[in-house]
Design a protein around this ligand. Sequence first.
Ligand code: UFG
Length: 328
Amino acid sequence: MILVTGGAGYIGSHCVQALLDAGRDVVIFDNLSTGHRETVEKLAGAGFVEGDLKNPADINGVFEKFDIEAVVHFAAFSQVGESVKEPYKYFQNNVCGSMNLLEAMVKHDCKKIVFSSTAAVYGEPDYTPIDENHPKHPINPYGETKLTVEMIMDDFEKAYGLKSVRLRYFNVAGADAQGRIGEWHEPETHLIPNVLKAAINPGKTFNLFGDDYPTKDGTCVRDYIDVNDLIDAHLLALKYLQSGGGTNVFNLGTQTGSTVKEVFETCKKVTGKEIPYEIQPRREGDPAILVADNKKAREILDWQPSRTLNDSVKNAWNWECQFINLNK
Ligand code: UFG
């Protein structure tokens, strides 16, 4: 049985679906604070425990009830702006919650974990593409919490032999290709869903944050990795750990940058709509360029990301259209 914490959230739910599609037994642990019960209900075949990592009894209960062979750990708050305003909330949830999880794992002799980390651990890049050895100097509490958990995992390895694979995500995009699940954040802060919401909701305008960056068209460059490719890497990371692989860290990105304007144009092409937009000032804390060096994941995990930005936007659009119909 694989335990997926945060399995009711955007990326976690895609992982649960992929594990189920691969015939694995899965139990979801989620407090539904940002994840959704409707998402869990769609993941037919997965077990579900509603609980909070901040309560050691909740997570210990899962290990007492199920025979957990490995954990994929997504449960965390993930909004950069909110983390700046409410650092306590982020450290308590992301760091203390993860410590309770790790402690419960060790107590129940479960010593393999795939951890959802982030490119935010690198902060303002010294160079791009960013490889895993790039200096880590996060510029917000969100990135600090993820880096702290990575460090705690090192200490748990030394003390108890816990093996971890930390996957540092760049910009995750898209949805399930069959339209079963997709991105659902409240509030939504990410680029692609915000552009698509402006395409579908009359009267809504997309706000483009900053067109005066030192990039080819003045807008920020990001590395958009399709959620299905990203989840392929999680399954490969589990396989790696379960076949004896040691603690490791991998960037997950495509190694290709797209500007905000290019993403916007892709959204216009996929939806066939004119999308109202306004140029706004820069958003605080946005580096100009973030692109992954993904060589290590391709070599060691044998990972081959194959979906294009167009694929991600197509699946995200399919999901948004369903979503607006459901919420009418
Ligand atoms: N953007 C807009 N308008 C919007 C939303 C975003 O112009 O409505 C721009 C941003 O300014 C940025 C780009 O689109 O230039 C991408 O922004 P996102 O919010 O989609 O993603 P970020 O790059 O800010 O954040 C991602 C992850 C975070 C992670 C961070 C690491 O979502 O979890 O990368 O730096 F922390």
